[in-house]
Ligand binder design. Structure first.
Ligand code: R5P
Length: 296
């Protein structure tokens, strides 16, 4: 069985690394909107009896999900024998419980929807907080990769003496592992979310780390309020200017410029979502994993 990879929504470095290293052919697809905003889909490659993979990172997901699902259905109608989804950033993972009566647990709905159209999914550091595994919400096989090695290597090559700071309990899973690899001390802060764009963060005493460069590390930076509040606390403590690292550079609205102007020394993100702050490639790791595990 041959593999065809269709890149729909991706950072170019991420998808190029995959297409270069995985034994596959790039697929040709046309997706456009009609004047009334409905989607037009045309697959130009022969996908009959082939494995088809779509690369689609799912930040700002609402405009992407319909064309993606229609593309998968087109491939299936044309006879593709297997349809996989590489979604470097997986959407809707943060609504993982009913915080208030009446709310929809959209992480479940998204899992159910994508499971209907794909044979498997591969993603990087999905926001698994209250869920322990994607299997709790996806009924298809899921492959979860982590950016910890790539982030650790980047820190070791760029920041000699650092203190790793996790801005909330959810970040502990990344922070503890990366601090161990980098052999740096770490602290985990307490965060209370008061609204979509409002968080309150408290920091323990970090006086003994005054000479180290703070590295604020999180999985997602969306409104950037979590990072900005942490940077403010570090400034008040007269720490060195911090470096902010995130796996997924969602950066809603003006979040990037607000974070840039908050007093950070640098912002570095992985290329799961195309963004000017991308400094850490994870495409190569996906390609290696894919080549090693997927049957031909
Ligand atoms: C949430 O628990 C995540 O780990 C991030 O801390 C959060 O998504 C960051 O959001 P924001 O940038 O909007 O503060």
């Amino acid at each position: 069985m041959n593999t065809l990879i269709f890149t729909l929504y991706s950072s170019s470095t991420f998808s190029q690394n995959i297409v270069k290293q995985v034994p596959c052919k790039p697929g040709s697809i046309e997706i456009r909107s009609f004047p009334d905003d409905e989607s037009y889909i045309k697959i130009n490659s022969d996908v009959k009896n082939q494995r088809v993979i779509f690369i689609a990172t799912l930040d700002r997901p609402n405009d992407k999900l319909v064309p993606l699902i229609f593309a998968a259905e087109t491939a299936r109608a044309l006879g593709a024998s297997e349809i996989g989804l590489i979604a470097p950033y997986l959407a809707y993972m943060r609504q993982d419980k009913q915080f208030e009566e009446g709310e929809g647990i959209t992480s479940k709905f998204c899992g159910k929807m994508l499971s209907n159209y794909f044979n498997w999914i591969l993603t990087i550091d999905p926001h698994l907080h209250r869920y322990h595994s994607l299997n709790e919400i996806y009924s298809i096989p899921s492959h979860v990769l982590h950016a910890t090695i790539q982030i650790s290597n980047w820190i070791m090559s760029n920041i000699p003496d650092c203190l790793i700071i996790g801005p909330d309990q959810e970040s502990a899973q990344w922070v503890t592992e990366i601090a161990k690899m980098v052999q740096a001390p770490f602290v985990i802060l307490e965060k209370r979310r008061k609204g979509d764009k409002e968080v309150e963060i408290s920091m323990p005493s970090i006086d003994k780390y005054k000479n180290l460069t703070p590295v604020v590390l999180d999985d997602i930076v969306s409104t950037a309020k979590t990072m900005i509040e942490t940077v403010k606390l570090l400034k008040n403590l007269k720490m060195k200017s911090p470096i902010c690292i995130a796996v997924h550079a969602v950066f809603a609205e003006d979040a990037y410029s607000e974070l840039m102007n908050s007093g950070v020394a640098k912002i570095a993100t992985c290329n799961t979502i195309e963004h000017p702050s991308n400094m850490i490639d994870v495409g190569e790791a996906v390609a290696r994993y894919f080549s090693a595990t997927m049957n031909n």
